[in-house]
Design a protein around this ligand. Structure first.
Ligand code: AMP
Length: 114
């Protein structure tokens, strides 16, 4: 996707703090962190929203979640706890239309989110 900011990150066209990469996914620090640790995990294929999943992406979604837990360990927040989540569409707070799993931690997170 030509103008998708996360596709640009995948193509290494922007300066990004990349923490993990494999053939299918990429993890990097959020540019506007909402917690001391705020990491985004994205698939390398462009999928706009969770509503666009077809059922063929089970392994890919598993890869995102598994690596979120690994990064939580690496960042030292696994034991105290953290939050992961996908936002979907406007009411869900989605602003970048390339699916991404947020990993947030390093402070006490409120519930429910605002
Ligand atoms: P969402 O609101 O769920 O769509 O989350 C999009 C996230 O992407 C926000 O937390 C933004 O701060 C983050 N973001 C947008 N552009 C960049 C970028 N170039 N590098 C890192 N994070 C970004």
């Amino acid at each position: 996707m030509e103008n998708c900011i996360f596709c640009k990150i995948i193509r290494k066209e922007t300066k990004t703090d990349i923490l993990y990469e494999n053939n299918n996914i990429l993890a990097f620090r959020d540019i506007n962190p909402q917690a001391p640790v705020h990491i985004l995990l994205i698939p390398k294929t462009h999928i706009s929203t969770l509503n666009d999943l077809t059922g063929e992406e089970r392994e890919l979604i598993g890869d995102l979640i598994l690596n979120a837990s690994r990064l939580a360990e690496q960042e030292g927040i696994a034991k105290e706890g953290y939050r992961t989540g996908f936002n979907c569409n406007e009411a869900g707070g989605q602003t970048v239309y390339h699916i991404h799993l947020h990993l947030l931690g390093g402070r006490k997170l409120g519930w429910p989110p605002g």
